[in-house]
Design a protein around this ligand. Sequence first.
Ligand SMILES: C[S@@+](CC[C@H](N)C(=O)[O-])C[C@H]1O[C@@H](n2cnc3c(N)ncnc32)[C@H](O)[C@@H]1O
Length: 237
Amino acid sequence: MRKTPAERRAFVLEQTQLAGVPLVPELRVYQARAVNAVWFETARWLERDDADVPFWCVPWAGGQALARYLLDHPELVRGARVLDFACGGGVVGIAAARVGARVCAVDIDPLARTATELAAEANGVTLEVTTRDVVGAPLPDVDVLLAGDVWYERAPAARFRRWFERLAGRGLTILTSDAGRHYAPRRARELARYEVPTPFDLEAAATRMTRVLAIEPPAPVPSHDDVPDPAPSCQNG
Ligand SMILES: C[S@@+](CC[C@H](N)C(=O)[O-])C[C@H]1O[C@@H](n2cnc3c(N)ncnc32)[C@H](O)[C@@H]1O
């Protein structure tokens, strides 16, 4: 069932508490006390049996690590036009805004938009947040794309990777993070690693080793001139 922005705000505030982010105590975002309970309530509230995991009520290990890295390396985004892709509860975009980036955030889940808007207000930063699927878009107005913890499902991960590599090939900086998910990109440069505190009921571990990664552009396709001559064959004489 469609909800108004005011109804979404009331729902997020009712279901979560504003709390410090374990690896990034400088920031606070709206977090579930128990994710399963919020999931159940979200499904009931939306009248949808197939409601997705409420990703927006958790600062995921990948998001925490990327936010930590940005706060510790502000020169990477200060003054830049930044897109926080798949913003969830907003921890990554808020970190970027905190160090002086101009940030847009995007997620396909309207509740993620609401949670990010509320968290931006609580942290005293301004973000423009939208709900849409921008995968494949050329993003001419973006210098840096940030994507925290997006490597957990095969088909979306493949889509994201192809798009990110294309954007990196056009000169965008693409920073992401991997908390040991299955579909993390291989063509990426590791910038840092952190042991990130995580809720045990979600991750079945008290911490997760999480890497911050820079996506590399695709390998150049060799031009005709680069193809070496075949090795001389001695077989016939
Ligand atoms: C595990 S959460 C990560 C949230 C946040 N980046 C963090 O690290 O805390 C993954 C997020 O990706 C979003 N997502 C999935 N597919 C998307 C797409 N095509 N475009 C934008 N967001 C997407 C989900 O709605 C969810 O909020």
